[in-house]
Design a protein around this ligand. Structure first.
Ligand code: NAD
Length: 305
């Protein structure tokens, strides 16, 4: 069992920290927001396996493993700077492993890993998929970039928060795989939305149609899990358009760094940007359907002008 300093107790971080405490680790958490820290203390129970720290320095000072679950690259850079300062101040600090679960740019993951190595921190980028439900259930998928020995050392942490996890390459590789994941998820939502609009505006039973699609080669987890809510126009998040917009920015930037053209991803990024511009940023990413609908005007068209 390890002493873990956990920074970023939001939608994902909060249940992940609670699962680590439940697995027997001592978790000292810090977040900008007090209610987030209160949740960790409550989840830690009277035995106190979950504690709140007033600052990042306090959370990481005594930690053997440092964990972050933050919104985006700038926050990871900002928090890492504080971790670095805290670690340089306490020369005997035992912390050796730093796992960043946030979804950020591969380039930032690589630079944080290099900066970590300079102060004796072994860094893993470990973005997740599975959403809030997966974080609560401890069944996240985790794509990890870094050294094999560090991946092995981090196994107890991954086992407490995830179901499937794999080392996919050196630092930054986890973030590249997550970017690929977000391209496929965004593209699938856009195409399912187009399929719904085509069927509904053609006067076809879209529910029966999607059932057929789900059972054939076009089937996907998105069709399986989301077709009913999309047909009902229920867009409660889930995963917010705002976060997917951030992730498409990461994917496009990673493509630039790799020198490759991803035309479909570019189109999906623009549709997600449109969803945000139309005020749907806090809705679930399946709300891409609203953008496809708005491209097609309102009301039943049914082939008549
Ligand atoms: P969130 O906004 O709910 O949580 C982030 C937390 O970080 C907040 O509580 C915020 O107060 C805290 N924070 C930000 N800056 C800080 C700082 N400088 N110091 C201390 N605390 C700070 O976001 P989330 O939904 O938990 O997502 C976290 C990451 O996980 C993102 O990168 C997201 O893309 C990724 N992700 C989210 C989901 C999802 O379904 N929500 C799924 C997979 C991956």
């Amino acid at each position: 069992m390890s002493r873990i300093g956990f920074i970023g107790l939001g939608i994902m971080g909060s249940p992940m920290a609670a699962n680590l405490a439940r697995a027997g680790h001592f978790v000292v958490g810090h977040d900008h927001k007090q209610p987030a820290m209160d949740r960790l203390v409550a989840a830690g129970g009277p035995g106190g396996r979950g504690r709140a720290a007033p600052s990042i320095a306090d959370a990481v000072a005594d930690a053997e493993i440092i964990v972050t679950m933050l919104p985006d690259s700038p926050q990871v850079e900002e928090v890492f700077a504080d971790i670095r300062t805290a670690r340089l101040r306490s020369a005997g600090s035992p912390a050796g492993l730093y796992i960043d679960f946030s979804t950020i740019k591969p380039e930032t993951a690589r630079s944080v890993a290099a900066a970590g190595a300079e102060i004796g921190l072994r860094v893993l980028d470990a973005p997740v998929s599975g959403g809030e439900a997966g974080a609560i259930a401890g069944t996240l998928s985790i794509m990890v970039g870094g050294e094999e020995a560090d991946f092995d050392a981090a196994r107890p942490v991954f086992e407490a928060v995830g179901k499937t996890f794999a080392l996919v390459g050196p630092n930054g590789a986890g973030q590249v795989v997550k970017a690929a994941n977000q391209i496929v998820v965004g593209g699938t939502y856009a195409l399912v939305a187009e399929a719904i609009v085509l069927m509904e505006r053609s006067g076809v039973d879209a529910r029966a149609g999607l059932d057929m699609l789900a059972g054939g080669l076009a089937g996907s987890r998105i069709l399986e899990l989301k077709r009913e809510t999309m047909l009902a126009r229920e867009f409660k998040p889930g995963f917010r358009i705002d976060l997917h917009h951030k992730d498409m920015g990461i994917a496009i930037s990673a493509a630039r760094d790799a020198g490759v053209a991803l035309p479909m991803a570019g189109l999906v990024a623009q549709l997600i940007a449109a969803a945000r511009a139309q005020g749907y940023g806090s809705l679930d990413h399946s709300a891409l359907l609203k953008v496809i609908e708005s491209l097609n005007g309102t009301g039943a068209f049914n082939g008549q002008i």
